[in-house]
Design a protein around this ligand. Structure first.
Ligand SMILES: C[S@@+](CC[C@H](N)C(=O)[O-])C[C@H]1O[C@@H](n2cnc3c(N)ncnc32)[C@H](O)[C@@H]1O
Length: 244
């Protein structure tokens, strides 16, 4: 039962960009430094994950850092449970009137766990205000470091996560001038073969860990037949190459 006199805190969803701390927006930085509680996805070892690495230098020791277990799995039941448990960890702080910032790498609207956290919180405590602060997403950052536009003039750009079928990818490559692929690791070998069959290996660039200290750029895929890119990799296929 909602106590009308109680003032609840707000949940902020903040995109912290894909790696370079200087790609944070001014608003993201202001809110991150102002909130008492910073929640973020855990890494595979159970510690604070990638988003924490990006903003760590801006936090004060007085701020509570809350790493949340949000597994990288496809099983809907496991995910629902994880989102529910994560939200249960946020509610006590919100209930005490404390604002909580949930940080996500990249932008919070592009394949981001924040969407599920916000939806789960809305179902459990619909009176909590939710605010969002967009961040630089990995496709934009990758285009930036590749010195190429993501779209110009009449061009169409398609963004696909790894769950596509090869047929779907084939259609996208025939239809759009620019195709961006995320979550590549498990499908890279098939993608490479398809690009080869379409003579697009020279038109495809791979960026790993964009914006981070370990950033790596492959301007084309010609020599990467047996390569296995890490999870944080992004591929941009541009039918009409353009580099500035
Ligand atoms: C779950 S999605 C999250 C996307 C993120 N919300 C964004 O706005 O970029 C994760 C995928 O985004 C891409 N990605 C995110 N950050 C990246 C980075 N720093 N370098 C390369 N790819 C990245 C990878 O393809 C990764 O598999």
């Amino acid at each position: 039962m909602l106590d009308e006199n109680k003032k609840w805190g707000r949940l902020w969803g903040i995109g912290v960009g894909p790696g370079d701390a200087e790609w944070l927006t001014l608003k993201a930085l202001r809110i991150i430094q102002a909130v008492p509680v910073v929640a973020l996805p855990q890494n595979v070892r159970g510690g604070p994950g990638m988003a924490y690495g990006i903003i760590r230098e801006y936090l004060q020791p007085t701020q509570k850092v809350l790493p949340l277990a949000l597994p990288f799995v496809l099983d809907g039941e496991i995910l629902q449970k994880a989102w529910h448990v994560a939200v249960e960890q946020l509610i006590p702080w919100l209930e005490q009137g404390q604002d909580v910032a949930f940080l996500a790498e990249g932008d919070i609207s592009l394949y981001s766990t924040f969407t599920y956290i916000a939806r789960t919180l809305q179902a459990q405590a619909p009176w909590v205000a939710i605010e969002s602060i967009p961040g630089i997403c990995s496709p934009l950052a990758a285009a930036g470091v590749l010195h190429t536009p993501l779209a110009i003039g009449y061009e169409k750009t398609v963004i696909l996560p790894a769950l596509f079928t090869l047929d779907e990818l084939g259609h996208a490559l025939d239809w759009a001038e620019v195709v961006v692929l995320l979550k590549l690791t498990s499908v890279f070998a098939q993608v490479w073969q398809l690009l080869k069959s379409k003579n697009l290996l020279e038109h495809a660039s791979l960026v790993e860990w964009v914006g981070g200290p370990q950033q790596k750029i492959f301007p084309n895929l010609l020599d990467l037949a047996d390569y296995k890119p890490p999870y944080f990799s992004i591929l941009i296929v541009r039918r009409y190459p353009y580099v500035f």
